[in-house]
Every structure is written in structure tokens, then in C-alpha cells.
Design a protein around this ligand. Structure first.
Ligand code: CP3
Length: 366
């Protein structure tokens, strides 16, 4: 698919922010913007199990569009999950309501790589439903705003495949890094190659940007990050670009979100492989200044604390203003520092989005 196969884009703010071009107001989207804080999402999820929504293009399209119908958002993100990859590789994943993901048979020992994972599986076949959902959604969006595709990153997926569910210490998965180093690299490499295919297929189906979620860096030491996360993030960005050029498909901006990897941000930026780095709420303004100073062609995304959406409108406006002052209005995409929580008020979300637009426009006009 090429852009000629889709309706023309009416709002390209986010793409301009990625290229460092002038923008009249700062673009904004919200991680997990399609989700349980929206009554219309809850109505659908009351009738359909989570992975059924992911696997049914008409439902995934509907849920993707819900937040962009309600709010003045500058991007849509396709409704799916990072865990569709372990599923596609042959592992069972259940989504337990109000608890989260659960793997009934997680990886326990390196031999499981030969019995619980099917290396012959191809993203283009197993995850066809994601690509169909993307094409349908981009058509239905009718150019209202760009559509983001995404994938989990290798370390985050590996940690779920071993832990089997959420974990605060990740000690089972980290045990692999320390005691089965070669097998860990084997698994991470297998995942990286699968992810490259998954992202290329999403772009080929119509995704106009892609984001890589490396959500589980908080448990890594800087050394573990440098050995088991950073090289694979870079391998993916490079692999996606090479494959796109081989297939003569235009490249799209790549966003990387390495949550809690404050120690790795300069290296990610210096790699020159990412258009956008997404920041969590722990990053200081000094670090933001440094990233800006040393990487003039990098766009930053983030980083309001999701809990700031519990604040009064008056205080939320102050937080937004401060965030815009720190990041500036150029090469910047406003977002939260992680996904939105289910008990956030729909009115405060509207206020957040509108405040980013109003205040950044006012700053640009002055
Ligand atoms: O709107 C969007 O952002 C697009 C859809 C999206 C979902 N998951 C839908 C979802 C995206 C981008 C994700 C990414 C994802 N999934 C990540 C990376 C981002 C992050 O939060 O760090 C991770 C770690 C997952 C794995 C996952 N999926 C967890 C831990 C959970 C349970 C916890 C939670 O937040 O609900 C899910 C379920 C999930 N994925 C829901 C949604 C809307 C809630 C399911 C429901 O109960 O309806």
C-alpha cells in the first residue's frame, strides 16, 4: 500500500513534529488512548473478550476510532497488544479481566525455546488480522490524523514469556540474562527479527508512524540494558529501514519508548536510528536540555505523569504549561509518561488535550 491508496491527510502535525518542521500547535496523542477509561470501550469489552477485539478488524477499527471521535487528538494508535507476538510464536496468552496478561505455560528452561516456541511462524501470516485492521482503520479515519502502529520490544516480550505475568522484580527473566546468556541472546534475536517483520507489515498495511514499547527497563542495570535491550532496539530500527528500502516502501518515523531507561537515553539518541524518543515522567529538565542540545534532529515525546490527570483543571493547566516550557514547542509531541489509567475522568483527558493545543498555540504566537 502507498499513500495514494488512502484518503489525503488533513492533519499532519505529528509528522511535521517528527521532521522538525514548523507547527502551529504541539501535536498530542495518549498512550493507551483506546481503553477502559472510555465508557464506549467498556461497552465493547463487556461483549467481546480482549483478544477477540484484537483479532476482529472491524472491532479493532471501532475501538481505535473511539478516542479520536471524542477528542481533538493528532494521532490514532491501532488497537492491538504487544503480546500478540508471543501468541503468534505459539504461546498461549490469556487476558484476565482486571488482572492483566497470563501465560499458562511460560518459558522455564532454555530447552523450552525448542518446544514452546515455533520458529517457523511468520508475522505476515500469523498477524494478518493486525494488518487488515490497520488498512481498514486508515481508510475509515479518512485522513483525520495519522495512524500509529506498534510492537513490544524484545526484552519486554522475553520478560513476559518467562515471568508469565506482571512482576515487580522480573527475577525469573533476569535469571536468564545472568545464567543463560547465549540462550537469552538467541531468544532476543529471534524476537527482534519477528518484530522487524511485524513493523514492516504494519507500515506496508498503512501505519504512518511506529512505536516500539520497551516497558520493562526499570529492573535492568545500565550494563544489562546495554547488552540485552539497546542492541536489539537498534537492530530493529535498522532492520525496519533496510527492509522498507528493499521493498521500495517509504520510511516512516520510528518512536522508541524505553520506560525507566534514563541511563540509556543518550545512547539511544546517539544511535541516530530513532526519529523520536518517548520519555517517562522521571526524566529531569536538565536531562531533557542535554538531549536537546546534543541531538538537534531528535524529536521528544512525553512525559506528563498519568496521575497528573487526577489533578484539578487549574493545576493540570499549570503542569501542561510547565511541560511545554521545558520541552519547547518544536520537535515535540505531547503525551503521558506511560499509559493512561482506567479511572481517569474523560473530562480531564479532554482538558489535557485542549490545554496542550491552546497553550502551545499561544506560545507559538508570542
Ligand atoms: O490505545 C492504545 O494505546 C493501543 C492499544 C494498546 C494496548 N496495549 C491495549 C490494551 C497498546 C499500545 C498496548 C501496549 C502494551 N500492552 C504494553 C506496552 C505499554 C505499557 O503499558 O507499558 C504492555 C506492557 C502491554 C501488555 C498488557 N496488555 C498489560 C500489562 C495489560 C493489562 C494491564 C492494563 O493496562 O490493562 C494489557 C491489557 C490491555 N491492552 C488493555 C488494553 C486496552 C486492557 C484490557 C481490558 O481489560 O480491556
Amino acid at each position: 500500500m502507498s499513500s495514494n491508496d488512502f484518503p489525503p491527510l488533513k492533519n499532519d502535525l505529528i509528522l511535521r513534529a517528527c521532521r522538525g518542521e514548523p507547527i502551529e500547535r504541539v501535536p498530542i496523542w495518549i498512550m493507551r488512548q483506546a481503553g477502559r477509561y472510555l465508557p464506549e470501550y467498556k461497552a465493547i469489552s463487556a461483549q467481546h473478550p480482549f483478544f477477540e477485539v484484537c483479532r476482529t478488524p472491524t472491532l479493532a477499527c471501532e475501538v481505535t476510532l473511539q478516542p479520536v471521535r471524542r477528542y481533538d487528538l493528532d494521532a490514532a494508535i491501532i488497537f492491538s497488544d504487544i503480546l500478540v507476538i508471543p501468541q503468534a510464536l505459539g504461546m498461549d496468552v490469556e487476558m484476565v479481566p482486571n488482572e492483566g496478561p497470563c501465560f499458562p505455560q511460560p518459558l522455564k528452561v532454555p530447552e523450552d525455546l525448542n518446544t514452546k516456541i515455533d520458529r517457523t511462524r511468520k508475522a505476515s501470516i500469523e498477524l494478518k488480522y493486525v494488518y487488515e485492521a490497520i488498512t481498514l482503520t486508515r481508510r475509515t479515519l479518512d485522513g483525520q490524523c495519522p495512524l500509529i502502529g506498534f510492537s513490544g520490544a524484545p526484552w519486554t516480550l522475553m520478560s513476559y514469556m518467562i515471568e508469565g505475568k506482571a512482576s515487580t522484580t522480573m527475577s525469573k527473566a533476569k535469571r536468564w540474562l545472568y545464567s543463560y546468556e547465549n540462550e537469552s541472546h538467541d531468544l532476543l534475536n529471534l524476537l527482534a527479527n519477528f518484530i522487524i517483520d511485524h513493523l514492516v507489515e504494519q507500515i506496508s498495511a498503512g501505519a504512518q508512524l511506529v512505536q516500539l514499547f520497551e516497558s520493562h527497563c526499570a529492573c535492568l542495570t545500565p550494563d544489562l540494558f546495554n547488552r540485552f535491550s539497546l542492541p536489539y532496539l537498534c537492530q530493529i530500527a535498522k532492520g525496519v529501514r533496510d527492509e522498507l528500502s528493499k521493498r521500495q516502501i517509504s520510511s516512516v518515523p520510528i518512536i522508541v519508548f524505553a520506560k525507566d531507561a534514563h541511563f540509556g537515553l543518550q545512547d539511544l539518541a546517539k544511535s541516530g536510528l530513532f526519529d523520536v524518543i518517548s520519555l517517562d515522567w522521571t526524566i529531569t529538565s536538565t536531562n531533557i536540555d542535554l538531549l536537546r542540545k546534543e541531538n538537534s534532529t531528535l524529536t521528544l515525546q512525553g512525559n506528563l505523569d498519568p496521575c497528573a490527570l487526577y489533578a484539578s483543571k487549574e493545576n493540570l493547566e499549570k503542569f501542561v504549561r510547565r511541560m511545554l516550557e521545558i520541552f519547547g514547542t518544536k520537535r515535540y509531541i505531547a503525551n503521558l509518561g506511560h499509559g493512561i489509567y482506567p479511572d481517569i475522568s474523560v473530562d480531564n483527558v479532554k482538558w489535557f488535550i485542549d490545554a496542550v493545543h491552546l497553550i502551545s498555540k499561544e506560545m507559538n504566537d508570542n
